[in-house]
Design a protein. Structure first.
Length: 666
């Protein structure tokens, strides 16, 4: 899709962002109705048993309520900027909404536009996450800022002329293969944009990190982002191993322990100005304790009196509007202390800002998620080049958050795998087409380099996705091309002792197998659910996993995946209740993207006389599923249903050709 002007672009994407924001709110409404409060809290989307206290007025006259819980807050996704709803018991959905304006380990402060009702105050309050609003706001802000970045705007409108050049580089990582070196050379020499296409197992992030390192060697300031915290931390860890001065910006609770010493919060601890700020915050805490001995000037006691009037009447000892002089004096004492707090807070924030500025200025690379690139700490920073890993898993507005901070961009991803998850059906029609794909459409394949050597899969596992999705251009590195389960101690002799069909399914020299139910186990659907499950397939998966573990495979080496949530739920229950350790990961296909295991077991689920395969029609989901394993891919499904789609029919025929087809019914 092409756009003629900034206004057209802005209007189009603003509408999509707002549609997705509303869809997220509706998701939370439905989940609140469906799940008990304790489960929402366990998921990090609610906090129960809070005590709420009105603590004053905020910007724009909002009412500020501080929520605390004895023993501190649980781990939660709720963060500053999010919309929450307050309630007692299970919310109905029409309760008062507020915005989280402050979060500590012990409290959340929420701003409400109206005076909060009784159920939002006192004991027993429940807060529910309603929308991760800060990310949506950052997308909208980025759309606004786009008009001030003509280079980026022209690129997005198709008016740019990318110059793709090749250059020789001396890699910091001597193990880079030829296609990785070529991609790095082009990424460094090309302008204003270059795309790195990294199919499964080809070392996409390795290549991205090397390209970042090359820019650092040229003295350029780099912002590197990814859609997820895991991918961001992966970049930080690898950059640190190069000796690059890297700072990770983001919520400390979302940063892995392996990279915490590179986080902004950690590095600030050693800054003298930040230490001064902490000392001031400690003084503020002492004053707040002192404040508790006086009277908070809430509307009930204030009765329309301004701070200045309260201070004046306190000096004269005059009763006013039915308020006793003693109450006025106690309110005046509280206000004086609050004035001290406000002045100290201003000082602390100035010291803090100086410290943050110093740490970030000293960094060669700043790493964050796409969303965190729009955080306040990076508000005044610009960068020579912006890298976005996982670019094909992020929406275009999400990519804009970091991109508006640069004038040159390198994006990495694989558009043959799954696109970002979009809740709004209407918005998905456009948002699931990523900027990575749109740039390819506008400027052609010349702006990308595909990585060709893969280091994950046995060549037999690789061959079908290679031929189907990657034009046969992938090559299995010699270190993985022939590796099998036999290398892990699962020998032909051990497996031959098993009963069929397990003796065939688990054969170490058959890297890809398909267990065909041939319609003998029809799919089922729970009442009220849009998902599907298949009990017969689940039993086959259970038997295969249990046998693999009995043969000596480690639980952490096995992954079980299915396209359908209800099948994942059934598999987890069947496996874990059947004694399989929880170290065996069971996830949806979408949840396993970017991951790998020695063995992957896939349950396709769909089995019906109509030949309907639902969202399996998006064959990118098949590509993700069958490219997760290193040594063994076990698939379970009904060929009579799957063959209605030509790609699945080809897959079954491929498995038959390589000797891995196992009929389960006759």
């Amino acid at each position: 899709m092409r756009f003629r002007s900034y206004r057209e672009y802005y209007t189009h994407f603003r509408r999509l962002v707002l549609l997705e924001r509303e869809a997220e709110m509706e998701f939370h409404r439905q989940e609140i109705r469906r799940l008990p409060g304790w489960k929402r809290e366990k998921l990090g989307r609610a906090i129960l048993n809070l005590r709420g206290k009105l603590v004053g007025r905020g910007l724009g006259g909002t009412y500020l309520v501080k929520y605390v819980r004895q023993g501190g807050l649980p781990d939660t996704e709720i963060k500053v900027g999010d919309l929450v709803i307050a309630s007692r018991g299970r919310p109905k959905g029409n309760e008062i909404q507020g915005t989280v304006v402050e979060k500590t380990r012990f409290s959340l402060t929420v701003a409400y536009d109206k005076h909060p009702p009784a159920y939002a105050l006192g004991k027993g309050v429940r807060l529910d996450l309603f929308a991760n609003d800060i990310t949506f706001q950052r997308m909208l802000d980025a759309l606004q800022r786009l008009k001030d970045n003509p280079v980026l705007l022209n690129l997005l409108l198709g008016k740019s002329k990318p110059e793709i050049r090749e250059s020789e580089v001396t890699p910091g990582n001597p193990l880079l293969n030829e296609s990785q070196r070529r991609a790095v050379g082009k990424a460094v020499a090309s302008s204003p944009v270059f795309l790195i296409h990294g199919p499964p197992g080809t070392g996409k992030t390795t290549t991205v990190v090397e390209a970042i390192y090359q820019y650092v060697r040229k003295g350029m300031k780099v912002l590197a982002t990814a859609d997820s915290n895991v991918a961001t931390d992966n970049m930080v860890e690898r950059l640190a191993s190069y000796g690059v001065k890297v700072v990770r910006v983001g919520n400390p609770s979302r940063i892995t322990k392996a990279v915490v010493e590179h986080s902004l919060d950690y590095l600030l601890q050693y800054d003298p100005d930040y230490k001064r700020a902490l000392e001031i915050y400690e003084e503020i805490d002492r004053i707040r304790e002192e404040q508790k001995g006086y009277l908070v000037p809430t509307p009930r006691w204030r009765r329309g009196l301004s701070d200045e009037e309260i201070m004046r009447y306190a000096e004269t000892g005059t009763p006013v509007r039915g308020v006793h002089p003693n109450a006025i004096r106690r309110m005046a004492a509280w206000i004086k202390l609050q004035q001290r707090i406000n002045a100290l807070m201003d000082r602390a924030k100035k010291y803090e800002a100086i410290a943050v500025e110093r740490v970030l200025r000293n960094a060669e690379v700043v790493c964050s998620t796409n969303s965190s690139a729009g955080s306040e700490v990076l508000a005044h920073f610009t960068f020579d080049v912006v890298f976005i890993d996982e670019a094909t898993q992020a929406t275009e507005p999400s990519c804009l958050i970091p991109m508006v901070k640069g004038s040159r961009w390198v994006m990495a991803g694989d558009h043959k795998q799954l696109p970002p998850t979009i809740l709004s059906e209407e918005a998905a029609k456009h948002l699931q087409r990523t900027l990575f794909e749109r740039l390819l459409e506008v400027y052609g394949d010349g702006i990308k380099e595909m990585l060709r050597i893969q280091y994950r899969m046995h060549e037999v596992i690789m061959e079908f996705p290679n031929r189907t999705f990657y034009d046969g251009k992938l090559v299995a590195h010699e270190s993985v091309a022939h590796h099998t389960l036999a290398d892990l101690g699962i020998t032909e002799e051990k497996v031959s002792a098993l009963q069929p069909p397990l003796s065939v399914l688990l054969h170490p020299l058959k890297p890809v197998v398909f267990a065909d139910t041939l319609g003998s186990s029809p799919e089922k659907q729970r009442r009220g659910s849009t998902s599907y499950y298949n009990e017969g397939e689940a039993r086959v998966v259970f038997q295969a996993v249990r046998a693999l573990l009995n043969l000596g495979l480690k639980p952490t080496d096995v992954g079980v995946i299915s396209p359908y949530d209800d099948q994942v739920d059934l598999l987890r229950r069947m496996l874990y209740e059947g004694g399989v350790p929880e170290e065996v990961e069971v996830k949806t296909v979408d949840g396993f993207q970017g991951r790998e295991k020695e063995v992957i077991v896939v349950s396709f689920v769909r089995s019906n006389r109509r030949g309907e395969i639902g969202f399996l029609n998006d064959v990118r989901r098949l590509n993700v599923a069958i490219t997760r394993p290193k040594r063994k891919l076990i698939t379970v499904g009904d060929s009579l249903t799957l063959r209605t789609h030509p790609i699945y029919r080809d897959f079954v025929e491929y498995v038959r050709k390589v000797g891995g087809y196992v009929p389960l019914n006759g």
